[in-house]
Design a protein around this ligand. Structure first.
Ligand code: ADP
Length: 259
């Protein structure tokens, strides 16, 4: 209560819905993350009602929507693309530009951010699950490894079993076949991470790497992705405090003087 929230940002992703409140200084002061419900409009109403109650909001507080499902946010005072919002959020949080990689549940993006926090250019993959969080999630499920342990398990070995399938469905079959041949779970998981990283690296090369390399999105919480991306690109990878919230945070900043 009493967070002095001046604006809300809501990022309706394909996998999770994020709501962020910013205070008078433009700091991330309140947030919530929930798996995306099939009835998105009802879920958005519930989450915004919760934000209003918990943050003691007055009427007229701006609500800026972003993400794949932003068109479904009827309460939005403004709708903005997630490319702009991620760039805005990361720039405010880290205080510099560079090359931002955002890996979400069903899409991934590489965004060139200028020294002023504007979008220089970007590349986006929303066609192929193999470059997204979904790819790791599906295959890790097959390996019976929980989502938040995947990265640690992949990093626990140095031996890596390459996964040749470029499609999530075939990759799952390949994983089953490798298990049947006695290949250790850890090596398979490491190979799956490598496969995703190689796709991301190809996108980074299209946009061009301007240091520093920054990472946002839910998949940034995976330690193996952070480390293997750094190794693949021979560059340090910088993370904000709340990587999964950068889109919603940037949205909340859009109407403030702190953007
Ligand atoms: P979107 O905005 O596309 O809905 P997010 O940016 O919220 O997606 O990212 C969701 C993805 O993040 C999930 O598919 C999952 O793979 C990954 N993820 C979420 N939490 C974790 C975690 N603790 N460790 C590893 N990966 C995670």
């Amino acid at each position: 209560m009493g967070n002095d929230i001046r604006a809300l940002g809501i990022d309706v992703g394909s996998t999770t819905v994020k709501v962020v409140g910013v205070d008078a200084e433009g700091s991330l002061a309140w947030h919530i993350v929930k798996p995306t419900d099939p009835r998105v409009e009802d879920q958005v109403s519930r989450l915004l009602a919760r934000a209003r109650a918990e943050c003691d909001l007055s009427d007229g507080v701006p609500v800026v929507a972003t993400g794949y499902g932003r068109g479904l946010v009827q309460q939005a005072t403004r709708k903005v693309t997630e490319i702009t919002c991620h760039a805005r959020g990361i720039f405010r949080e880290l205080g510099h530009g560079g090359t931002l990689v955002d890996i979400g549940g069903q899409d991934s993006k590489v965004i060139g951010v200028t020294a002023k926090g504007e979008v220089r250019d970007f590349a986006m993959n929303d066609k192929c699950a193999a470059g997204t969080g979904r790819f790791l999630e599906n295959t890790a499920q097959r390996l019976r490894v929980p989502l938040d342990e995947m990265g640690g398990v992949a990093l626990s070995v140095s031996e890596e079993r390459a996964i040749s399938s470029t499609c999530t469905v075939f990759a799952e079959s390949e994983v089953i076949s490798l298990l049947a041949h006695g290949v250790p779970v850890e090596s398979i998981l490491r190979g799956l991470h490598r496969s995703l990283i190689k796709r991301i690296a190809a996108m980074i090369r299209v946009v061009g790497l301007t240091a520093p390399l920054m990472l946002s999105g839910g998949v940034a919480q995976n330690a193996a992705i952070r480390q293997m991306l750094a190794d693949e690109m021979s560059a340090d990878v910088i993370l904000p405090r709340h990587p999964q919230l950068m889109g919603a945070y940037g949205a909340a900043l859009i109407n403030t003087t702190h953007s």
